[in-house]
Structure formats: structure tokens, C-alpha cells
Design a protein around this ligand. Sequence first.
Ligand code: ADP
Length: 464
Amino acid sequence: MKIAFCSSEVVPFAKTGGMADVCGSLPLALEKLGQDIIIVLPGYSSIDRKKHGFTKIREDISQAIVGKNIHVYLIEHSYFDRLGLYGDKSGDYSDNLERFNFYCRRTLELFKELKLSIDIIHCHDWQSALIPVYLKQVFNKDPFFSKTRTILSLHNLAYQGVFSAEQYKLLPFDSKIYLSTFEFYNKTNVLKSGIVTSDVVATVSPQYAREIQTKEFGSGLEGVLLARGESIIGILNGLDYNYWDPRRDRYIASQYSPDDPSYKANNKAVLQAKMNLPQKPAVPLFGFVSRLSHQKGLDLLNKAIAQIMKFDIQVAFLGVGEDKYHQMLNLWAKQYPGQIAIQLAFDEEFSHQVYAGSDVFLMPSVYEPCGLSQMISLRYGTIPLVYRVGGLADTVIPHDQGGNGFVFTDYTVDAFVEAVREAKNVYRDKSAFNQIVQEAFKADFSWESSARQYVGLYHQCQKN
Ligand code: ADP
């Protein structure tokens, strides 16, 4: 089988969130299982072509190799010659529909030009969701694609690629299919078109697959998703266990393994020093690494902050995102010196130090399609504190049930504060806390088993 990954973000080339990690590591895991993979992404100017060994194979196409022999293609165009992937400080780029429409169409043309006969095109979120529509509407009579099947993975339903009804005219599709395929409250919804036309819809955790078919989590698309019902498959994301490995992590002060009892003390001290927090081993240090958006629980934190700051705890924040949250965190750092420290940046290296140096990882997401951060924390023996939702529910088991984390089940300030109180209390009881740490280390979210499930899904999809 030849499988093409079409994604607007792929590690190590371009990343704003977890989708990039998935599209960087799943292809490698699939190749290890003997699959033939290629990757196509937009050629953003931020991609370091020299470092990654890209060479031009056409005027508008660059190519490099990752893994053993995965060909990565960049679609080069002035559309992608910007600082951001999707926007800048003032918001999304106004021509995002044209940009990603171009990417989708050019990708399919490229397959033809290079005579790459693809069995499965695996698309990711709205930016590549027009690919199945092109196959059904524009290339439907083209024998070159007669065997090609499509999978659309939903990484986050909150981002749907919604544009005005007017802008539909920028796309080459028949106006007759507008209502059934694109229309969403009088607007053009690109993600909807992919959900309606792809052969299979996948999501990144089994729990999220169920949740998105409800009003609470469907972001308005629950009806469209319900209609696909059985064909929505949830496969938990994996983590690149070679990259995220406290035994070999070159970004952290002291490498450690699960059987080393003094495993994190030095990393914690170094993190505290770096963040100007008092170096007190006995005070639990909570870490937070995230995009700063409503999804990640910042509004809940805002309502709870005065209460949890009464506890003898420290919190280290690493994140970038919406301006209002930058202001909020700046304010907290001033209000609670010695307890709250912030780093408002996207800093890969430092993120490792936060995962390794914290005792507890704060992740009170309102919704979470899968979530990688809690898996990374578990890998580093850092105990996640999460709301029971989406992929968090699939990966974090309450410690009082013999599990690996702190879990609250009502999305309320009281329940969250209670969970923080419990975490800091349990932290005082060294043997109880170590027991949870050992459970954390036992978790296995490496790609192997998820990649096998994807291979099964590709085979099933090919038969349809
Ligand atoms: P999402 O995809 O919703 O942003 P995930 O938990 O699935 O959330 O993945 C987030 C990824 O991005 C993790 O690898 C996390 O470590 C990383 N990340 C988020 N914010 C930052 C930051 N400010 N600096 C470095 N890495 C970050």
C-alpha cells in the first residue's frame, strides 16, 4: 500500500500543536511496519530547507527524505511565504481558503505528475479536507485515482475552516453541492466538506469519537458526524518514545530512568532556579505547557487561581497564544511572585525541562481530542492533573483507582480546586506519591499499537 500524509503541520518542519507531532511520528511508525509512505505539506518560508536537506525537483516542489525512505514534498508558492502558518497577531490570514485550496489541488496534481499511485490519502483537519472533495468532484472520472481512498483525521473540531458563503465562488466546485457538502449556518465550512466526502473519518481518541457526535462537543457539526456514525473511528495518538525519553533527553539537566529513585530532584531544582522560584524540594511544583487558549482551561484557572494560590504550591507556565491570556499570566506572575513563574514563548527545549522538572502537570482542558502533553508527562513520571474528557479520559486513570493521575469529573472551580488540594496533599506522602509515579512510568503510549490500528483501518478503507 502507498499512503500519502497530507497535513499543514509536520514535525520537524512546521508545528503549532499536537497535529504536527502526530504527522511527524505516525509515518515513521508506519514505515517500521513496512508501509510505503510519502508526506506533502505547504512550503512555508519558516522551514529550514538546508538543515532538512530539501532539494528542488520542480520549480514549485522541494523534496527531502525522513526515516528510511519517506519522501517529503513541499508545495512552494508565495501563499506560504509568510511568518505564520495560518495567521499573525491580527488574526487568521484573510486568504486562507485560497492558500489551502491551492495546497490541496496542487498535491493531487503532483501525484499525477510524479506518477505516484496512492492507495490511501490520509488528510488532517480542514487544511487538507478539500482533497476528498477534489477526488469526488473534479478527478472522479480520472482512472489515475480510481483506486485512491481517503481518510480524514479530525484533530480538533474547533478549527473548521469557516469562510463566507461568497467565498465559495473561489472554489471550482458545482454550486449544486454547496448545501449538502459545504453549507454551515450560511457559511462555507471546509471541514464539513471533508467529513461528508472522505471515505473514512478518524479521530485521535476513542472517547473523542463518541463525544463529537453530541451537541456539547460537536462544535455544530454533531449532526453531520452522527450521519457518518459507524464510520468514525477513534484511534489514540501515540508518542514518539525515542524523542520523549527521560533516559536520553539531551535538553534536561539530569537524565533519569524509572528505577532511579532520585529521578527528578535535580531537574526540579534547575527548573525552579531558571524560573526564579524558591528552590524548595518539599513544595510541589506544577507544570503547564500549552497553547494559551480557552480549550486548555485558562478560564477555569482564572476563576480558581486565588484559591489555589493559598496552597503552598508553585506553578511554572510555558505557553503562547491569545493576547488576553498573556496579560492574565503576566498579572499572576506579578501578584504571586515566588509561586507563579511564566515563560511566554514557544520553546521546545524548555518544554522538556518543564515536563522533567515538575511534580504534577496541569491540564484542565475543557475538551481534548487526544492530548499529547499528558502522555509526555506520564513518560517523565510527572503526574497529570486533568478533567475527565476526550483523550484525557482514555489515558489518565484516577490514582485512587490504582491509576496514574489526578482526575476531576465536574468542570467546576470547586472540583478543580479540590483536585489541586488532593495533589498537593498526596505529594506530602512520599510513598503514596511514588506509587502514582510508578504507575505513570508503566503507561505505554508508544506508536506501535496505534500504528497497527491505522494499518488495519487503511486495509479496511481500501476494500470499500
Ligand atoms: P494541542 O495539539 O491541542 O496544542 P497537544 O497536547 O496534543 O495539544 O500537543 C501540544 C504539543 O505542543 C505538545 O508536544 C506540547 O509539548 C507542545 N507545546 C505546546 N505549547 C508549547 C510551548 N509554548 N513551547 C513548547 N512546546 C509547546
